[in-house]
Design a binder for this molecule. Structure first.
Ligand SMILES: [Zn+2]
Ligand SMILES: [Zn+2]
Length: 183
């Protein structure tokens, strides 16, 4: 769905959609399972920057929910996870802030995006919002045994005959630390 500034200038647009898998390109990071429900409202907000300079921003407020599959962080088998989030975002015309400051936008200001060619694609916004809401690390189960580092077998389903040498306590400490940082 495309929001055109010229149309939004006339009146805000409300939407309530169910997008099929594939409508939003999530790349390699996640697979959409079933419909992605989204609803909300798009409108133009005029930013008065000076007596003659008025910037037409698009404000997009809404929410999404759906089911996705992501690979288990240990055994890479797909794990189904529900995701849902609200968003309230401002998009400025690209170029209006000048190249340098657009690039220097820092993390706390990421709610500001940019639109090109006088329009904004809902699918592009949803891709970003879904990817942002993905958990850093997903496990198929808390005690997933993962893949054998030697033969690559999935040790949940396939006991392998590789030697399991004595584990080094230094690595175990490091692995535990990494788990705490990520979760
Ligand atoms: Zn797993
Ligand atoms: Zn093995």
């Amino acid at each position: 769905m495309e929001f055109k500034v010229t149309e939004l200038e006339r009146e805000p647009v409300e939407f309530d959609l169910a997008l099929g898998p594939g409508a939003v390109d999530l790349g390699e990071e996640a697979q959409q399972v079933g419909p992605l429900a989204t609803n909300g409202r798009a409108e133009v907000i005029h930013e008065h920057r000076g007596p003659k300079e008025v910037v037409a921003d698009i404000r997009l407020k809404g929410s999404f929910s759906g089911k996705f599959e992501v690979p288990c962080a240990r055994c890479v088998e797909p794990v189904e996870i529900p995701l849902a989030a609200d968003f309230d975002l401002i998009f400025r015309p690209i170029g209006v802030d000048g190249g340098a400051s657009e690039r220097s936008i820092s993390a706390p200001e990421t709610e500001i995006g940019y639109y090109q060619e006088d329009s904004l694609l809902l699918e592009d916004v949803l891709r970003e919002q879904v990817l942002l809401s993905l958990p850093v690390r997903t496990l198929c189960s808390e005690d997933c045994k993962g893949l054998c580092p030697r033969c690559g077998a999935n040790r949940n389903t396939q006991p392998c005959t590789c030697e399991t040498g004595p584990s080094d306590p230094r690595w175990e400490a490091l692995a535990g630390l990494r788990g705490r940082i990520k979760s």
